[in-house]
Design a protein around this ligand. Structure first.
Ligand code: HEM
Length: 538
């Protein structure tokens, strides 16, 4: 019993995360002590050793001595985050967490983790504090086998800030102008391919995905992936990226498994890493004709200041593909979904687009998209109701900090803290009325508002807390590609609505769309069948 207690205390006190320490504590100890016994009894000794450690862990987690004992939460969830990993595998974790918040309140406990709902202040004050706040070691999955961290896995604030510098320059207004020709070429190519399929039933989710990966290929590496032209993901690039994302999501909730991540034969993920490496190498050796993102990492006069090695630049190239493609295409497909659900909003959006770009004018004039209130309201509302990264991004209270007091909650050191974006966006204290509904008007500035049921309300009855609008997260580790994503989404939404009317095939049930969504930290999704009608004269 004493050996079990010793192992348990080592786990509780030091949270070791190296595979060799797990091997010693979970296998070495019981086998060593039972080495004189026959094999079957040795197996029995290992099993009872594991069982007892699990029982002690469960007892402690349910006991009043646990530092998070006063926080409410679901019974199974309090026992282990393996339960949360199971919900991730099921795909609907973000909705389950929201229902827990409805049941238990703002701050809930899951394993040794807290989720704060509606407490956007919790997230902001924690994320901005460089003191006790740290990325959890889940982000070690951002380390490639060559030993290079992607930007989003860097824990040290000053190293992270230096590595973000090229990203900041790559998203400046001048740099964004440089990407416009790429976006223009790719958007027109998409429209051309879609026109060929006029009146056919197509999966618009698939096409939007091909498009966003193609854009990233060009923007990041000046490389033609040719997905839209071929109409398919011929090399399986999207498939392997999404496979890697899914594997990472499962492991993200059971942190002691993170060190084993690199031993999982995640062929897909490795394939993306190798692919990104080949793209970067090719791009660096041949140079670029267009003003792509890579030049900010390799050629720009500020590139050297970031201190990034070639390996790290390659890792960030892979990050650009993963972080920038699926997220943007999810948002765009969600917008088509809402336009199909609410034809009255689609009509209003089309009216604004037609007024801004009367016949003969180019809807791909980027300089005007940011000033189209209804277009931007529809985009914001899509990102609010169905954020492409719906879950809680993980941070932890640094070991050795003594804990942190965040919004009057004392949070012990090593506690994981997470604020689910989806739940914050559905909080009626931040967005009201109709927090669960798609209602773009909430983003417009006016004296009175007409609700979908025809009632008129004054502006004092509408709450739209822009500070709680966090689809791109918050703080120093927020989305580095937000500006590009916004330019891309506005352009495609505008041109698509200008050129086509979207119809739902009779047999398709729109309720299926949200059922098919899969929360894998970023949202994975099913098919959205549509029929496109080309508009007269467009
Ligand atoms: C609608 C589109 C997008 C959404 C909703 C989105 C959302 C997010 C979120 C929530 C994070 C924070 C992740 C975390 O804290 O773990 C993030 C990080 C990041 N995103 Fe995006 N993203 C989008 C598009 C893009 C694009 C187009 C790019 C680049 C081309 C990009 C590049 C990045 C990078 C590099 C990070 C890591 C930042 C850091 O750690 O400093 N994202 N994104």
């Amino acid at each position: 019993m004493r050996r079990v207690q010793a192992c348990y205390l080592i786990y509780k006190q030091f949270e070791p995360n190296h595979p060799s320490i797990h091997a010693v504590l979970l296998l070495g100890m019981p086998v060593l002590l039972a080495r004189q016994l026959p094999v079957l009894q040795q197996i029995g000794a290992v099993a009872s050793h594991w069982g007892l450690i699990l029982a002690l862990t469960a007892l402690y987690r349910r006991s009043p001595f646990h530092p998070l004992a006063k926080f409410p939460g679901p019974t199974l969830g309090k026992l282990s985050k393996i339960y949360v990993a199971y919900l991730t595998a099921r795909g609907d974790l973000y909705r389950v967490i929201e229902s827990w918040h409805e049941q238990y309140g703002d701050v809930i406990r899951i394993g040794s983790c807290m989720f704060g709902w509606g407490l956007i202040q919790l997230w902001s004050s924690f994320c901005l504090a460089a003191g006790p706040n740290e990325l959890t070691f889940y982000y070690d999955t951002r380390l490639n086998p060559e030993g290079d961290f992607q930007l989003d896995g860097i824990r040290d604030f000053s190293v992270h800030a230096a590595r973000r510098k090229p990203w900041a320059r790559a998203m400046s207004s001048a740099a964004l102008k440089g990407y416009e020709p790429i976006l223009q070429m790719k958007t027109l190519e998409l429209m051309e391919e879609l026109s060929k399929r006029h009146r056919e039933k197509i999966d618009i989710s698939h096409w939007t995905n091909l498009f966003s990966f193609d854009v990233l290929g060009h923007v990041a590496f000046d490389r033609e992936l040719g997905l839209v032209k071929s109409g398919e993901d011929s090399d399986g690039l999207i498939h392997i990226v999404e496979g890697g994302v899914y594997a990472g999501a499962l492991i993200s909730h059971v942190l002691w498994m993170v060190p084993f991540f690199k031993y999982i034969p995640a062929k897909g993920l490795r394939a993306v890493q190798l692919l990104a490496a080949s793209y970067v190498q090719e791009r660096t050796s041949k140079g670029s004709k267009s003003k792509d993102l890579s030049r900010f990492f390799t050629e720009d006069e500020g590139a050297a200041q970031s201190g990034a090695t070639m390996g790290e630049i390659t890792a960030d190239g892979m990050l650009a593909i993963i972080a920038g493609s699926d997220t943007t295409s999810t948002m765009l497909t969600n917008l088509w979904y809402f336009m199909l659900r609410h034809p009255e909003y689609a009509e209003r959006l089309r009216k604004e687009i037609d007024l801004t770009f009367p016949p003969g004018e180019d809807p791909l004039d980027f300089s005007r998209h940011a000033d189209m209130p209804y277009l931007n309201a529809c985009i914001n509302e899509t990102l609010r109701v169905l954020p492409p990264a719906p879950g809680g991004l993980q941070r932890t209270v640094k070991r050795g900090s003594g804990g942190a007091t965040i919004c009057s909650y004392f949070v012990p050191e090593c506690t994981q803290v997470s604020v689910p974006i989806f739940s914050v966006h559905r909080d009626s204290r931040e967005f009201s009325p109709l927090p669960d509904d798609f209602w773009p008007d909430r983003w417009l500035t006016q004296d009175s508002y007409v609700l979908p049921n025809g009632d008129v309300i004054g502006k004092e009855q509408v709450i739209t807390n822009r500070g709680a609008f966090i689809p791109f997260s918050f703080g120093p580790q927020n989305c580095a590609g937000r500006a590009l994503a916004m330019v891309e989404m506005r352009a495609v939404a505008c041109v698509m609505m200008h050129k086509f009317e979207l119809r739902k095939p009779k047999e398709y049930d729109l309720n299926q769309w949200e059922k098919d969504m899969w929360d894998a930290l970023i949202m994975l999704r099913g098919k959205l069948p549509v029929i496109l009608e080309q508009r007269q004269g467009h």
